[in-house]
Design a protein around this ligand. Sequence first.
Ligand SMILES: [Zn+2]
Length: 497
Amino acid sequence: MGDFEIREEDLAGRIGKLETRHGTLETPTFFPVIHPVRLDIGIDILKKIGFNNFITNAFLIYKNRKNFKKIHEEFKFDGTIMTDSGAYQILQYGNVDIDNLTIVEFEKQIKPDIAVILDLPTGNTEDRAEAEKSVEETIKRVGEVYNEVDDDIIWTYPIQGGRYLDLIRKSTIDFNKFKDKFKFAALGSPTVLLQEYDYRSVVSMLVEVRTNLSRGVPLHLFGGGVPHMIPIMVALGVDSFDSASYILYARDNRYITRDRVLKLEEMDYFPCSCDVCAKYTPKELLEMDYDERIKLLAIHNLYAIKLEVNSTKQAIKEGRLFEYLQEKSRSHPAVYSAFKEALKYNELLEKFDNGIKPTGKGIFLFDYDSVFRPEIRRFGKILNRYEPKSKNAVLICYEGLSRPFLEDELVRKYVSISLRENKDVFIVVPFFGLIPIYWSDSYPLAQFELSEPVDDLVRKHMIDVIKDFITKKNYSKVEVVNCKDLHIESIGTLSSS
Ligand SMILES: [Zn+2]
């Protein structure tokens, strides 16, 4: 159990398959948090919405029913069940009256597919000593059950450290000591940061984990029930989430959309066509009695989360996750901040991005953010390896040229002249800088769409790339032709002759 196979990749995100005792779980996936006693939403409804997995709390079950049978029998559910262990209660109330060995023994008895040991969450503490203690204690507890855990359950290694990135690193690296028994890793405690819209911190925490955790290990994020952050978290390599937000928000009359959370009282229209939204208006929901309204709102909220997970997966499948992030980042300034933070780690995104676009469709280039997409970064590195054939370069601006560039009449004219006169021919294209003509029919150099006119930052980037290239490759004469709006004639003066 616990074999994880990566099927599709885009940026550092992936679609994977995790083998569990109750079937193969396709990731990225969302585990709705189910209260084991209250059961606000029936398991049958969960299935109907499309969730074949949920997470519940082994600690709460233990407190209420020590004679609990096998968990799948009790819940009458044949999908994947994950159990948390009481760490959330520690975060909420400071302590729980159970120890790690007891809860692990209990989890072995009720037999979920995936289980978590009783870790000590770092939470949102700003006390470094406390954060260090939570990391050390959690690692100690993993060690103390190491010989107790078996292969029937996928055991989760909790990564702690909170906002202290060096502690997260240590916590992640220590996973290697236990990796033959623990097949699943989970990052703890970002819930408060997410609630406070401190998405940038969450991004840097995830980058720290994904940089130090083997690519083949699935990564869960505790909490993380805000749909608008799901694409970014997935793009950084998160494979699953859990959250009770759908029900907590519902109790507060809050309606989740893919981009934000709205108060039911402020709504006139439902921007959704799920079972609930197709049938009722916001006013009708408000007039219902409390229990009925909460249930319906929770169902809608789950649909909204499901929709976002599926949209993200489809974007991975099409190889357009970067463009999807650009689109989603405009939903809220805090999401845009998170996106910008993620772009700082473009090396990581490029490293994991497999460079294959399954649909073969062109890439869409919008604004300066697009300069950071893996295809552009990778091209920049390849361009550095270009070997000049002569001392003279001809730069033809892309404006008005047909593609593939090599078939354009003007380009062909210059290519034949330069063969005679021994010159290297390049096409000047915003975002890329310049493209050696004989490379121009390879992906994505012939397949891109860009927004025009290009903004000043993109133009500056392009000019920097060109100047740098000409200097490094020692061209003594540079001729610029066909330039209208790009205004790069001045580059011609770079030539040293
Ligand atoms: Zn709906």
